[in-house]
Design a binder for this molecule. Structure first.
Ligand code: ADP
Ligand code: UDP
Length: 259
């Protein structure tokens, strides 16, 4: 597997400027820009687990996540799944299409772990016979509960065709990511995606893959050793998350995560 090319900031002919801060999340800040159809997402060094109960600052994390995510979004886009990424606009910054986020988080699992293992007593590490897609309602107040398709339809969180698209696109992304991580001797255990509806010009009407694809939102196990190379290192106190992410960056880009 050829590592992702480390990408210098790309210059737009007239890049929009960052304006007011719209939202501060657990790991990102979202800014408006001088272009009403575009947002500026800044990846912070904040780490949270258990819905914000456990918190820390991890040096370099924002930069590493932003760069890994940008590289993976480019591959996903090239494989035919449209994404919100316009361009990486700074070391920890993405310029993206402004979306109406669909409040359905899509988790794809290849191996049982985390909440699936707890909920159904499937031992962690059990290989699944085929990828499993699960939908969760995006609600911090409710701790992102697992939902059925019918609940998503009945409560108006997504339309039937949108759920079908989410499932299909998530499985296509899974195929691509499994191959990518496999080439780095890493098993993709599971990951979470968010999607949104494009409202502005250009991509209006389309559903785009949004948010991020990062080790914060994925489980990545080193083949052979089963060593965790993802945010479980932080959730479960397994070591230094910064060191883990720097090692992952080096594997992904073939060079150290220098400043
Ligand atoms: P959280 O909201 O869970 O604390 P983050 O810190 O990652 O998470 O905040 C980023 C927020 O930006 C998320 O709520 C995510 O749904 C939202 N978001 C991501 N991409 C877009 C986009 N293209 N348009 C609008 N909102 C987006
Ligand atoms: N995940 C995420 N954000 C969430 C919930 C889950 O990014 O709010 C990711 C998580 O990192 C893992 C996958 O989705 O890669 C499945 O998570 P799970 O349902 O097992 O929940 P967990 O036990 O991690 O809370």
């Amino acid at each position: 597997m050829i590592p992702l090319a480390a990408r210098p900031e790309v210059a737009m002919s007239t890049p929009p400027e960052r304006t007011e801060l719209l939202y501060t999340g657990k790991a990102k800040q979202v800014f408006a820009t001088t272009d009403p159809d575009l947002l500026w997402i800044h990846f912070t060094d904040g780490a949270t687990a258990f819905n914000g109960v456990k918190r820390a600052t991890i040096t370099d994390k924002g930069r590493i996540n932003a760069q890994i995510s940008a590289g993976l979004f480019e591959r996903v886009e090239a494989a035919g799944v449209a994404t919100h990424l316009v361009q990486a606009i700074g070391p920890a910054d993405h310029l993206v299409h402004r979306l109406e986020i669909i409040p359905v988080e899509v988790v794809v699992r290849n191996i049982a772990a985390g909440s699936l293992s707890k909920r159904l007593a499937i031992p962690e590490g059990t290989a699944l016979p085929r990828p499993l897609v699960e939908f969760f309602y995006k609600s911090d107040e409710l701790n992102d509960p697992l939902i059925t398709d019918d609940q998503a339809l009945l409560f108006g969180w997504a339309r039937a065709w949108e759920l079908a698209y989410l499932r299909d696109a998530a499985l296509r992304v899974n195929d691509l990511l499994c191959g990518f991580w496999d080439g780095l001797d890493i098993t993709l255990v599971d990951f979470k995606l968010e999607f949104g509806r494009a409202l502005g010009r250009g991509r209006g009407g389309q559903i785009l893959l949004a948010d991020e694809i990062t080790p914060d939102g994925s489980r990545l196990w080193e083949k052979g050793t089963l060593r965790k190379l993802d945010k479980d290192v932080f959730r479960r106190d397994l070591g230094d998350l910064g060191d883990t992410y720097r090692e992952l960056f080096e594997r992904v880009f073939g060079e150290a995560a220098g400043r």
